[in-house]
Design a protein around this ligand. Structure first.
Ligand code: SAM
Length: 375
């Protein structure tokens, strides 16, 4: 605590104001006419989704449905748009790192619709309904019925398309919302959960213990580590069928709401500027950790093009040039189309898809891009 009267070190603006100034300058250019409405939503109360716990014995889904909630993954639009090639192409200052991407099958329109990870259920109140969820209750064995999280954060887990017996790595996993969503698939052969922060990893461990019965968390099924994820390629290369790289970012919504521990505070300027570098190193490590044919999902909770598109473009380029790893971008636009009733997606992104906050569907921001290792 500082006494306002005497504080010589007090900065002129709180970190939340600095964040808003930064966003106004960059996102008004990046999002154009969309920015004023996204800005209003970001400054308003966010909406949560209830990730249903398939390990809980109570019929929580029926309870929530009786209150008007819908499970958004099953409430999807089934008519799927043709799979079109997605080219990384950006205008503006990030053009320097533009790369060409392996073209997928020219007969892309014949490809089967995008496959999603099974069994993940997330209940949300309808558009415009801002009812809050009550805290989850434990069942007779102490397992909580649901986990409250931004419903858009479930999308990267659905998009990862985990299949039976897969070996999965969650490289930046704490506090564990996405790990928990991945475990709901009940399909994973072995799950490696990592986060460099020891305190956040122990929080993750507690989250898992509150939701998943012990036998499913045994050593044969799950490993929790606190390594520096950027070094993963040196530890375990060419190993995982699926890799989730949910990187640290400017966490736009949090940065507008909380002055404490805010990445826009003056004493964290260096750390903030180094974020794209760290994100790139983490994505490259995730790419190296995936096996040939394996899939990597990069995600953030920022609208920043420099932390999203530019990082992915640079990673594709560096993987090919420095590591001889060729990647194919998996088109996630069918997923955006499927879930357009629940979320607002940014239009015409050259690479990946992004949920942008909307006052009537106040989820996100979440950016995600999926890559497939060819060799
Ligand atoms: N996936 C998590 C979830 O759904 O709950 C959220 C992850 S959060 C966006 C990013 C995480 O990256 C933070 O917990 C942070 O501690 C971790 N992190 C930062 N640098 C890292 C590194 N070098 N290696 C691994 N994890 C790192």
């Amino acid at each position: 605590r500082v006494k306002e009267k005497w504080a010589v070190t007090r900065t002129k603006y709180p970190a939340t104001t600095l964040a808003l100034q930064n966003f106004d300058a960059t996102y008004s250019v990046q999002l154009g006419q969309l920015w004023p409405s996204v800005r209003a939503a970001l400054l308003s109360e966010r909406k949560y989704g209830a990730l249903l716990n398939n390990y809980c014995h109570d019929d929580v889904q029926a309870e929530l449905q009786a209150k008007g909630c819908k499970d958004f993954p099953t409430d999807k639009e089934i008519e799927v748009q043709p799979c079109l090639e997605q080219e990384p192409e950006v205008a503006g200052e990030e053009e320097s790192c533009r790369v060409s991407v392996e073209k997928s099958d020219p007969d892309a329109q014949q490809l089967p619709p995008l496959q999603l990870s099974p069994n993940i259920k997330c209940l949300v109140f309808p558009r415009g309904d801002i009812t809050r969820f009550k805290p989850a209750r434990p069942d007779m064995f102490g397992c909580l019925g649901y986990y409250l999280m931004d419903a858009a954060s479930v999308l990267p887990c659905l998009a990862l398309n985990v299949q039976e017996g897969h070996n999965v790595l969650d490289l930046c996993a704490a506090p564990g919302g996405k790990t928990l969503a991945l475990l709901q698939t009940k399909s994973i052969g072995f799950l490696c959960v990592n986060d460099t922060s020891v305190s956040r990893t122990s929080r993750l461990r507690k989250v898992l213990q509150s939701y998943v019965p012990k036998p499913f968390l045994s050593e044969g099924k799950l490993r929790i580590t606190s390594f520096d994820g950027t070094k993963w390629g040196e530890i375990e290369r060419n190993t995982f069928d699926r890799v989730l790289v949910d990187v640290p970012c400017t966490t736009d919504r949090h940065s507008l709401m909380e002055d404490d521990n805010n990445i826009f505070s003056k004493n964290r300027t260096g750390e903030r500027r180094r974020l794209p570098q760290l994100q790139l190193a983490l994505l490259l490590a995730g790419i190296e950790a995936a096996c040939p044919g394996g899939e990597i999902l990069y995600s953030t909770c920022t609208l920043s093009q420099v932390q999203n598109l530019s990082v992915v473009e640079q990673a594709i380029h560096t993987a090919r040039e420095d590591h001889g790893i060729h990647l194919q971008v998996v088109d996630l636009r069918p997923l955006a189309h499927m879930f357009r009733k629940t979320f607002q997606f940014a239009p015409n992104l050259p690479l990946g898809v992004m949920v942008v906050p909307h006052i009537a569907a106040n989820f996100g921001p979440i950016y995600m891009c999926k890559l497939r290792r060819l060799a």
